[in-house]
Design a protein around this ligand. Sequence first.
Ligand code: C2E
Ligand code: CA
Ligand code: CA
Length: 330
Amino acid sequence: GIFDRAFDIAGHHVYSGASVGVVLGRAEYRSPDQVLRDADTAMYRAKAGGKSAWVVFDEAMHAAARARFQLEIDLRLALEREEFRPYFPPIVSRADSRIVAVEALVRWEHPQRGLLVPGEFLHVAYEAGLLAELDWWMLEEAGRHLAAWRRRYPQHAELRVNVNVDERQLGSKQCATDVAAMLERTGLPANALVLEVTESVFRHEHGQVAESLRDLKGIGVQLVVDDFGTGYSSLEAFAASPFDGLKIDRGFVQDMETNRRHRAIVRTVAAFADDLGLAITAEGVETAAQARLLGELGCDSAQGFHFCAPLPAAALEQRLAESAPIPALA
Ligand code: C2E
Ligand code: CA
Ligand code: CA
């Protein structure tokens, strides 16, 4: 076809392709932009399937587009109605299973669909520009719960909370100020808050993200890198960043016993962390054998189903209360 040949643009040979979305006229269409919207959807499907293809818009695409649209509407309502809940997987000291921290993971109590996990809605929140708002809400909730638990259970007065933050939050000039304000409101000390960020952030040596990280460090908040080992960042850039710790990704821990390469990565990362004086946490520990091996490799804290699944606030609090020593009679 015409796109098999090069175009001549100002003396340069330029090859181009075309992806085409086709819509068949239907009685339901009320306006031209509805037709274009569906043609667009089909065109993106064509693009996703490889170059230079054409795709006809069909019912399944229509249903998927509607579901996506509905999810976005529901997400906005959910923020308003506070349908999100933090679930807390304990982070334990590997040797004695003592809870040293909890992570806050978002769940959505959807009024019709039940409890949803992040994989079912976080990407839509991100694309719709709602993730930062959701994350700020989570941060506040996590801070509120933690401050209360530390007060209520003196034997857990040192408990910390890990909260996932998104690059967009760090991209805001207000980031550290907003975090400081949350700490003030909830009464949580700065060193009880651990922010988890993905490796992608320390690729920014300059700019607002780097500045926010320094400012957060400045107010005493701790920073850890989540899913360490899955990104493509340099160890140099990481070593130069203001981090206090790192979390080894579940993908390496999972098959550590049988996969020599992954075992080597865990060992190397643990040694690297140790040399730099960084705390290290292993994620996704599911068996006693994994927990033991992690100990041998020098990893002191861990989380995963072997220790405890993520718990809603009330259940986690129950755990904290149970590990309370019996108060002495006055
Ligand atoms: P993550 O931060 O790496 O969280 C760990 C995920 O692994 C959680 O999934 C947790 O339930 C799961 N997990 C923990 N231990 C085990 C285990 O032993 N075995 C298995 N198979 N899975 C385990 P979840 O809750 O579905 O969260 C998925 C991701 O969504 C999180 O990965 C995090 O990146 C993101 N996320 C969760 N909550 C938030 C949030 O409030 N804000 C942002 N920005 N991201 C969040
Ligand atoms: Ca995390
Ligand atoms: Ca992780």
